[in-house]
Write a protein that binds this ligand. Sequence first.
Ligand code: GDP
Length: 297
Amino acid sequence: VIDTVEDKDEDLVSRPPIITIMGHVDHGKTSLLDAIRQTNVVSGEAGGITQHIGAYQVTTESGAVLSFLDTPGHAAFTSMRARGAQVTDVVVLVVAADDSVMPQTIEALNHAKAAGVPMIVAINKIDRPAADANRVRTELLQHEVVVEKMGGDVQDVEVSAITGQGLDSLLEAIALQAEILELKANPARAAQGAVIEAKLDVGRGPVATVLVQNGTLKRGDIFVVGEQWGKVRALINDKGERVDEAGPSVPVEVLGLNGTPEAGDVLNVVETEAQAREIAEYREEAAKDKRAAAGAA
Ligand code: GDP
């Protein structure tokens, strides 16, 4: 029932890259995510107040659209991967220029390598007097990350999340990397996506932020997601606006679930409610059996 037919080449169109920011604690992941989001907010614009839904999109000066996962750190990245959802196309590795390569920097670059996801190095806090970008480049060499200024092919950009220096260059570097990757999806098929956040909202019931990976998710679609199922009652984008549909690489809040799924669960649109319920119940039973088996062992 879950549509797994391969897409034909002629149905594929390019889709925005999905980016995760990783790096050592306090190197500026959250600050960078906030600063990048701000690059797109026209001051004074009413609709410019962004919602925190776990991901957001920005448009670069050159017109490229980028989707950022708004959950910094590699915990989210690895737990999603563990659940089978590989949603990241590009990793931005943040390294503070005044602190250089630290243990979690190494962990993060190893995660990116293991996942086969290309990296871009953001040398942050370049505004600080103690900033030493060359030290960062040299220390990265020891971990086989060879940035362009060292003759390698990993793009590196000096940035400051505080002053905004280099942010446009960072966004263009990501857009360039995405072009090389030639990311494609088929907006015409039934949607498949990954849950990046989910919660039980007092007023709205279960709410999941889904990053659509292929196809287009529409209002009224019936879906199964992990052990839950539902019918899309409303879709809300990263600006808090209700939308009728969400295409590839677009993050949206989905309302209309019968229960709360988990981050990393995969959402698939199916044809009927009976199918959705059946698959969800089957998965729930299978998960129960697995837990019982684990408990017995
Ligand atoms: P995270 O733990 O990686 O998410 O780091 P945060 O974004 O919370 O930043 C840690 C601290 O570094 C905060 O006090 C930030 O204000 C500061 N910080 C982050 N980016 C910059 C920067 O580019 N320049 C300066 N001077 N401080 C920064």
